[in-house]
Design a protein around this ligand. Structure first.
Ligand code: GRF
Length: 206
């Protein structure tokens, strides 16, 4: 386990899109509220705005093109090489729209965290916000969870409810989900960091 001078674990953020969650995490980091250091950003889309956000904050970022590799295995092996170089302890998926394969799952057991814009196990998959809106439920939520080989199935770290108010627009509902995400994500990560540190201490005692 690698720690920086303040004893913080090092995190890599994976993103595919606009990166507003990455931005929120970087803000929390600046405020001293995130108990991990975001040391790099991995994007699977060349034009992911998350890359620009990383640049703006002086965080190393790289685009890995999944189509340039013969398989997910080679793609993830290449990413893993960089993560090792950067001494990354924890992977944070912030709108990374790709399944994690066995290479990264084996390299980071119980150390990959995802944010999902619904109250899992309700509304898994890529359209959690719209699926909740189009259901007959009057509440949805946000979940931070560990990643396993399933789709949005790993153990829940923290989750909170968000009301679905259909007297307002879908866009308003989307905004309320995102606002909840920005307030919850760093807390879920802090929890995962505590778990990881505990695991490491137990290993040292053995
Ligand atoms: C978030 O709603 C996240 O829960 C979902 O994808 C969205 C990413 O948004 N998996 P952003 O790129 O962080 O703005």
């Amino acid at each position: 386990m690698s720690t920086d001078k303040e004893g913080k674990l090092k995190a890599a953020v994976f993103a595919s899109g606009s990166g507003t969650n990455l931005e929120a995490l970087l803000e929390k980091q600046k405020e001293g509220l995130l108990n991990a250091d975001i040391v790099c950003v991995v994007a699977d889309k060349e034009n992911a705005y998350a890359r620009e956000r990383a640049d703006n904050h002086g965080i190393a970022q790289r685009f890995y093109n999944p189509k340039a590799y013969p398989s997910k295995k080679e793609y993830e092996q290449d990413i893993l090489k960089w993560l090792k170089e950067m001494d990354v302890d924890l992977i944070v998926l912030a709108g990374y729209m790709r399944f994690i394969g066995e290479v990264l799952l084996e390299a980071y057991p119980q150390a990959i965290v995802n944010i999902h814009p619904a109250f899992l196990p309700e509304f898994p998959g890529a359209h959690g916000i719209a699926d909740a809106w189009n259901s007959d439920q009057d509440q949805s939520g946000v979940t931070i969870h560990y990643v396993d080989e399933g789709v949005d199935t790993g153990p829940v770290i923290v989750q909170e409810r968000v009301a679905i108010d259909r007297s307002h627009s879908f866009e308003d509902f989307e905004k309320s989900i995102h606002a909840k995400e920005y307030g919850l994500f760093y807390r879920g990560i802090n929890h995962a960091v505590r778990d990881l540190k505990k695991k490491q201490e137990n290993k040292m005692e053995e």
